[in-house]
Design a protein around this ligand. Sequence first.
Ligand code: SF4
Ligand code: SF4
Length: 393
Amino acid sequence: MGIEVRPLGVKCNIQCRYCYQEPQRDAGNARMMYDLPKLKKAVEEAGRAFTLFGGEPLLAPIPVLRELLEIGLRKYGRTDMQTNGTLIKDAHIDLFREFNVAVGVSVDGPDELNDVRWAGSLAKTREATAKTHAAIKRLCEEGFNPTVIITLHRGNATAEHLPRMHEWLRELDAMGVKSARLHILEVEDDDEARGYALTDDENIAAFMGFAALEKELKNLSLDVFNDMRNLLAGDDTKATCIWKACDSYTTRAVRGIEGNGQSSNCGRTNKDGVDYVKSPQEGFERYVSLYHTPFEYGGCKDCRFFLMCKGQCPGTAIDGDWRNRTRDCRVWFTMYETLEQEALAEGQTPLSLDPVRKQVEDRMLAAWLSGSNPDYYQAVLDARAAAAAQHHE
Ligand code: SF4
Ligand code: SF4
């Protein structure tokens, strides 16, 4: 489980027009205060390396960051941080070096391609974007080789913008950025962010273009495609949470620690602005019911990619209702289809077309019904070994 430490909750110095944390801020639940002793105690007891997260974690004063990062280095050898990069100063760089911090920067592109990450006025927005880009360059020059998270929307990933985005990714690659995670914009039906969302066809065109671009990049990997290739190959051991049957009441991949030390779930499941307390018990009913529910009722019945996709992240479910499959189903289905063809062309048998798929599905369903959620890697190996033995009899 990843630990996300949010010293100032979802407080942020910019106001991205699509931010999935807006419901919390709208509901007045953005904590502005922290209780350092409680926060430190929770971090000490976290039991594993953590990510400083927000909102914007660098809004926390340097002495507070230092105390948290000191725990990170002493107990876990490192700390990760996810930031919009606009506030990074010399003192932060020193902290990153002293406390072995791996930095991830959230940014959507150069210049006007990043305008949706709004900072109050156009001039302030462009200024903030320039600071973010200067921070990425500086981090690379100082040897930190950051990762970036890019959200795709109308401002950066329509056909007219893609050539510039590709150029920018080539520049990041040459600079030494290690990986980029591409996110589909998360929107709710009544959400202001809806106006920034790409259509399914535009998302598919964008993803196809990035998949082709990735082949020419030297350092920078686009991790979503690696994930999907591994999943199709039958290996889910390193897959990210969006493909791993996440329970929205416990979000195994993410445990938030709020500024007052309270434990919370992944913010993507927060649809009504309330940070519900984590449930003590996991449940995988969503995945059993998606497997059996016909497509027209929001399920995934008979989808050959179900093992790999599982209806995807519950935070992206249709109507904001975790019981449904993701609203981005067509995008992911098309991408899996494309990568499936790629695997076939390389002489592999993707799990989606493997005769053992049904046996593996049955094992996963039995596990979910009994309240556990194992990797399917071992089940695939067992089923393939049994099939090979039968073949030789
Ligand atoms: S809600 Fe989505 S992003 Fe959050 S932990 Fe679950 S799968 Fe991951
Ligand atoms: S591709 Fe669509 S139908 Fe298939 S598992 Fe994913 S969300 Fe469900």
